[in-house]
Design a protein around this ligand. Structure first.
Ligand code: PAF
Length: 288
């Protein structure tokens, strides 16, 4: 890891690219942590993992408008740029890339990346076009930063599966590292959106993870997909004030309906609270 006396950040694509070229010319490997900011311990864990395996670490902070649909929370998405730059730097980032929207999207050439069947389920079914926007910005960021390794959190398991498939299918040279979800003590998955929960909603929210853990036990006991999904959906409907968006028991990372021989599974859900849509999942192996 390079020692740097002071933090560095840039809003410029050109400067970001000069930095990565400089690092590469020095023969250093780059670990990259793309984020939308409002950093929490989950992001800090990604930076920590990047530091362990890379000579230098770049973090991006960009609330990407192309992955938000009409009526979604683009405007309300929490932002805190100065504090984020400080947090990322203290966690070990060597550079923070925080472009403005007009820097990333000066013109709209109309080209979309369409992720296909993996994006038709779960969040993709409720948020049409969301993963097109994610892939577009991830490709742009990776072209700008040109990392050796990119770090993604497993809370966004569908996003991760889609990006891994995209990198594989398009021979993107960077390696992806999956980093486990970081949770509060009561089990709630860390998310920038948690700040938009009311006090009562925050009290209810740990029920999501508790219910998913219970669902995993039901799967291990041989309960059917339909019954497990109904159990999670009914429990969340009854025990939280949120509205269940979806509950899916699927194979992971292929996101297909499990057969009797499918062992790698995900149980995932999304719950819409007043101002925050929370997602969570457990990825596990079927025993026996
Ligand atoms: O996971 C996120 O924070 C975003 O979807 C990402 C990958 C930074 C793209 O905007």
């Amino acid at each position: 890891m390079i020692e740097r006396a002071s933090m560095q950040y840039t809003t410029s694509i050109k400067k970001m690219m000069s930095w990565q070229k400089e690092m590469k010319a020095l023969g250093l490997t780059i670990g990259f942590v793309p984020t939308m900011g409002f950093l929490h311990e989950g992001h800090l864990k990604l930076i920590e993992e990047a530091k362990k395996s890379s000579d230098c670490v770049a973090v991006s902070i960009f609330v990407n408008p192309t992955q938000f649909g009409p009526g979604e929370d683009f405007e309300a998405y929490p932002r805190r740029l100065d504090a984020d730059i400080r947090l990322a730097t203290e966690a070990g980032a060597d550079i923070v890339f925080c472009p403005e929207v007009k820097e990333m999207y000066p013109v709209d050439g109309g080209i979309r990346i369409v992720p296909g069947k993996l994006a038709k389920k779960m969040c993709g079914a409720s948020r049409p076009g969301h993963f097109d926007g994610v892939l577009k910005v991830v490709l742009k960021l990776v072209n700008i930063v040109q990392p050796d390794t990119v770090f993604f959190g497993m809370k966004d398991a569908q996003q991760l599966a889609i990006i891994e498939t995209f990198f594989r299918d398009f021979n993107c040279p960077a390696t992806i590292v999956r980093v486990p979800t970081v949770r509060d003590e009561d089990g709630l998955a860390k998310s920038s959106r948690n700040v938009n929960l009311s006090t009562d909603e925050r009290e209810d929210a740990p029920i999501i993870f508790e219910t998913l853990k219970h669902a995993e036990v039901l799967v291990q006991e041989g309960v059917t997909k339909e019954a497990v999904e109904k159990f999670v959906s009914d429990t969340l409907d009854n025990k939280t004030s949120g509205k269940v968006d979806y509950v899916s028991l699927l194979t992971y990372p292929d996101l297909e309906a499990p057969t009797e021989t499918s062992n790698d599974l995900i149980i995932a859900c999304a719950v819409q609270f007043t101002k925050a849509r929370l997602i969570d999942n457990i990825i596990f192996k079927r025993e026996g």
